[in-house]
Write a protein that binds this ligand. Structure first.
Ligand SMILES: Cc1ncc(COP(=O)(O)O)c(C=O)c1O
Length: 400
């Protein structure tokens, strides 16, 4: 018998046949190939805080080089609990309510596997971060997508009520919302509490951009909501808060029963997270307990710089409410450009302007026909943002 090259097809069917490489990886690769300015994928292109780098050296020298505890380093969980209180949150028990995971992504995956079973349904809002749907399907569940419409991306709670069924076990809300750059209001949280009340539905709140809210907005966390706090997994990421996306350290805060179930998954998936990196973050937060407080101001200045530099570009720029992204609409550019769908527009921008951005339609199961927005990342050096704006301005001016 000859074994074909593609011999895997002999034995099993792909569980995720439609899943390819993420749009972020594709655009970063294209940016490198084209020599384009990359304001697409969400990662900082500036150095990390040297005091944080020094903590890594101290942690390694201090002997934190073997397996960390499964649920997360004792020092880091204590530092997280202290940070939550300092940020105005409730007292959380580090032993029973905090689990350190491989980035926010692993918290999301583990929470979904913990509560979604075969035949269950989970509701997500599009545009949705791309990790939710595959994790729900790997759990054997069905992902119900509710679209939010540009440019406001408001929640339609009647639509949520209509989408809930006997089989609904989870609602995922991302606040602040990447890629829409909007934030949920206190009223949204009240609605979320109302639609899940007296039902066997848990909430997964992806709050990785908790500290990145602009214009004096106050973060509305499920953790601080009396009712939602008892049924929610809340997910966070030091990648976003400390500008270290490559360290892959995040955490989940959830009530003890949910935490117990999440840890059962985490234990046999990641098991535990890099010991010296956890210890380094703990040391950093002990030495500089306010280090996270300037994050909003830091990104706000970058958002404002980009808005100011693009103000003559002809792009529609609804100021981001949160996240370290900014939307740019191109519906008012000359006909041929405005006629492009967002993937075509992104292609033109990278090929003709030398700037890599991210289209919004890949974040929808059914992309809205008239989507005319792309996403730019502001977590970049000022020089990168200025160069991106110079290139975009020159390009749009040339088309008028
Ligand atoms: C909305 C959202 N959730 C989760 C994540 C994942 O966070 P991490 O990089 O810590 O896994 C990201 C990262 O881009 C994100 O934008």
């Amino acid at each position: 018998m000859t074994i074909p090259q593609d011999f895997s097809s002999l034995f099993f069917k792909s569980k995720l046949p439609d899943v390819g490489t993420t749009i972020f990886t594709v655009m970063s690769r294209r940016a490198a190939e084209q020599g384009a300015v990359n304001v697409g994928q969400g990662f900082p292109d500036y150095p990390i805080d040297s005091r944080l780098a020094a903590c890594v050296t101290d942690a390694v020298a201090g002997g934190f080089n073997q397996y960390a505890p499964m649920q997360g380093s004792v020092a880091l969980r204590a530092a997280i609990a202290a940070k939550i209180v300092a940020a105005g949150g409730r007292r959380v028990d580090p032993d029973t309510e905090i689990t350190v995971t491989c980035g926010g992504t692993e918290s999301i995956y583990s929470a979904i596997q913990a509560v979604v079973g075969a035949g269950d349904e989970a509701i997500v809002f599009d545009p949705a971060y791309d990790a939710y749907d595959p994790a729900i399907r790997l759990a054997g569940g069905r992902c119900i997508h509710i679209p939010l419409e540009a440019p406001d991306f408001r929640y339609d709670w009647d639509r949520v009520r209509a989408a809930i069924s006997e089989r609904t076990r989870l609602i995922i809300i991302n606040n602040p919302l990447n890629p829409a750059c909007t934030v949920a209001t206190a009223a949204d949280l009240e609605e979320l509490a109302a639609v899940t009340r007296d039902r066997p539905i848990a909430v997964l709140a992806d709050e990785v951009y908790e500290h990145v809210q602009y214009d004096r907005r106050v973060h509305q966390s499920v953790m601080n909501h009396a009712e939602l706090g008892r049924k929610s997994f809340a997910v966070y990421s030091f990648g976003k808060t400390l500008h270290i996306t490559g360290w892959r350290v995040g955490y989940c805060v959830a009530p003890p029963l949910l935490t117990t179930e999440l840890r059962k998954v985490h234990q046999f998936n990641a098991f535990s997270i890099s010991a010296p990196l956890q210890e380094a973050i703990a040391l950093f937060l002990q030495r500089h307990p306010d280090a996270w407080r300037d994050v909003a101001a830091f990104f706000s200045a970058k958002r404002d710089l980009l808005l100011e530099r693009l103000s003559g570009s002809g792009l529609v720029l609804p100021p981001a409410q949160g996240t370290y992204f900014q939307l740019a609409g191109y519906s008012r550019l000359p006909g041929p450009l405005a006629a492009c769908n967002d993937v075509e527009f992104t292609e033109r921008l990278i090929n003709e302007a030398g700037v890599a951005v991210i289209p919004l339609s890949p974040f929808y199961r059914d992309p809205p026909a008239g989507m005319r927005f792309v996403r730019l990342c502001v977590a970049k050096q000022d020089a990168t943002l200025i160069e991106a704006a110079v290139r975009i301005n020159a390009y749009t001016a040339g088309t008028r």
